[in-house]
Design a protein around this ligand. Structure first.
Ligand code: ZN
Ligand code: ZN
Length: 80
């Protein structure tokens, strides 16, 4: 038995409502992957944020296509 993130593993799709414009925010991927493309100077801040999430959760970035806002959501792992 293992714990998997349903979003990272394609088991589930999740979308949330944008607080700013009421649009749909879509999953952009797990924070770790999302920030891989960015400059190293972000590393410290990200490490702290990721550490703040319990191990049975996966932190995902959701972005709004309408207004460009983004937010981070902790996704609960599922037993697989
Ligand atoms: Zn995930
Ligand atoms: Zn929006």
């Amino acid at each position: 038995m293992d714990f998997l993130c349903p979003l990272c593993n394609g088991l589930e799709r999740k979308a949330i409502v944008c607080e700013k414009c009421g649009g749909i925010m879509e999953d952009r991927g797990a924070v770790q992957e999302y920030f891989d493309d960015y400059s190293p100077y972000l590393d410290l801040e990200i490490t702290r944020k990721v550490d703040g999430v319990s191990r049975d959760q996966c932190l995902h970035v959701f972005g709004c296509d309408t207004c460009g806002a983004d937010t981070k959501i902790a996704v609960g792992m599922v037993e697989y």
